[in-house]
Design a protein around this ligand. Structure first.
Ligand SMILES: NC(=O)c1ccc[n+]([C@@H]2O[C@H](COP(=O)([O-])OP(=O)(O)OC[C@H]3O[C@@H](n4cnc5c(N)ncnc54)[C@H](O)[C@@H]3O)[C@@H](O)[C@H]2O)c1
Length: 426
């Protein structure tokens, strides 16, 4: 039987581990969070993934039962059982600076348990240069040499949360190894789950840099359309309609504006690149402007809410629908919704928020749609979710009293006219 060890069992690592389990691999899943390991051992996860009609919860239970997935805290047991190890632990950004401690402590654990002939594939998104300059030297402190005693490759991770299983399979994977054997073994391993092309680059740094650039282009694209929203608003045009029309051009791919840019990937991209750029004396002016612009969107949306309340003399109470960092996600890490809610509350607005997918508790979060809409006139839509039926807003607030501020293109002005509610869109 083939064994593989996946280290870090979060939004990437868990579905990745289960993808190998579905291919008949025995997967040793390691995570340093004891609470998460206990949840997984009980067959629990709040992730919203599915594959061929089965939810990630069902897939997890299947593979716990048949023994193909073993979640654990212990690197030693996992690394003794596996020749192939994939790492998906994060590098968060704190105060604009990448924080390497999770990756460093993971590298140290691997070093302590490293054996001859093992292959390590790093799949975390990293500051360009990290695999060679941070990760590899720690592994070699074991006394074993890369390319002779053990093998190391970097393969970028491109999945979008909510489509993880499908994208592991159908998205080309880019990778590079530190030697021919590293590359060949990494390609063979990735091909177990990836039906698409495995793109082999000339160096690890090419793959690391391409990955961050992929995320940066989304940050800049979103900044551009959010800026342009101010132009279309002044022209009394719907930005979403303008973009839909522009995107019928076959070489145009504009993203849509929203309440800001959240999650783990896109907001970190500029800071990963900037860390390296500063070291080399390169200025990333445009990228920085885009990042700062996107960081300012929650304040802009909060202003829009306050101005709307004042304009219509509405109660200073808002029902927020959707707090995840994007539509149909359970992830609220760096979610702009949290910042908008904080600003609104600081400015004296009472907020009740409903999001059936987000697990984390907040004092402003309520358990039902009905509770959120109780005694409010203003509804702020920040994310779509299964379990939020936007049309039902008007069963709780009479349309003649409802003011909807829509950042997700749920309603059109035509809907507002027909139903008789006030609609403010970005
Ligand atoms: N979430 C995405 O959609 C996505 C997409 C592409 C790439 N990525 C990248 O993949 C990586 C993982 O992202 P994620 O969203 O899965 O993060 P996550 O926070 O959901 O999961 C990371 C897991 O690693 C664990 N961990 C941290 N330090 C550890 C250690 N030393 N040893 C063992 N486990 C440790 C944490 O407990 C956590 O469960 C990041 O580099 C991210 O940038 C994420």
């Amino acid at each position: 039987m083939n064994n593989v060890c996946v280290i870090g069992l979060g939004y990437v690592g868990l579905p990745l581990a289960l993808s190998f389990a579905m291919k008949g691999y025995k997967v040793y899943g390691v995570d340093s969070n004891p609470e998460l390991i206990s949840e997984l051992q009980r067959g629990e996860t709040h992730h919203l993934e599915s594959y061929k009609g089965r939810t990630i919860q069902e897939i997890l239970k299947d593979h716990l039962q048949n023994g193909n997935f073993i979640p654990m805290l212990d690197y030693k047991e996992a690394m003794q059982a596996c020749d192939d190890i994939i790492v998906t632990v994060p590098i968060p950004v704190y105060g604009g600076k990448p924080y390497y401690e999770y990756l460093i402590s993971c590298a140290k654990e691997i070093k302590n348990n490293l054996r001859k002939n093992q292959l390590i594939v790093l799949r975390s998104t990293v500051v360009p240069g990290t695999t060679r300059n941070v990760f590899l030297p720690i592994l070699e402190e074991s006394g074993l040499k890369c390319g002779k005693d053990f093998y190391l490759a970097y393969a970028s991770e491109r999945i979008a949360e909510g489509r993880a299983f499908e994208e592991f399979e159908n998205m080309p994977t880019a990778l590079a190894g530190f030697c021919e054997v590293s590359t060949k073994r990494a390609v063979d391993l990735i091909k177990v789950i990836c039906k698409e092309e495995v793109v082999v680059a000339s160096s690890v740094e090419v793959v690391e840099t391409a990955k961050v650039l992929e995320n940066l282009q989304r940050d800049i694209n979103i900044a551009m359309v959010n800026e342009f929203e101010r132009f279309t608003k002044a022209m009394n045009l719907d930005i979403f309609e303008v973009i839909k029309v522009a995107n019928t051009h076959k070489r145009v791919n504009l993203l849509y504006p929203g309440p800001g840019v959240g999650g783990f990937c896109i907001p970190n991209a500029f800071y990963y690149l900037n860390a390296k750029a500063e070291e080399m004396g390169v200025e990333l002016k445009l990228s920085k402007t885009a990042r700062l612009f996107n960081q300012g969107i929650p304040a802009y949306i909060s202003d829009l809410v306050i101005k709307t309340i004042e304009k219509y003399g509405a109660k200073k109470k808002v029902a927020v629908l959707g707090i995840a960092m994007k539509d149909y996600s359970s992830d609220d890490r760096l979610s702009p919704a949290l910042e908008i809610i904080e600003i609104l509350r600081q400015r004296g607005v009472e907020v009740k928020a409903f999001d059936p997918a987000v697990k984390k508790e907040y004092d402003f979060k309520v358990k039902s749609f009905t509770e959120a809409l109780e005694d409010v006139e203003v509804v702020l839509i920040l994310a779509r979710q299964h379990g939020i039926e936007f049309d039902k807003i008007f069963e709780y607030i009479p349309p003649s009293r409802a003011i909807v501020i829509d950042t997700r293109d749920v309603f059109t002005q035509q809907d507002a006219k027909e139903k008789g509610f006030i609609l403010e869109k970005i």
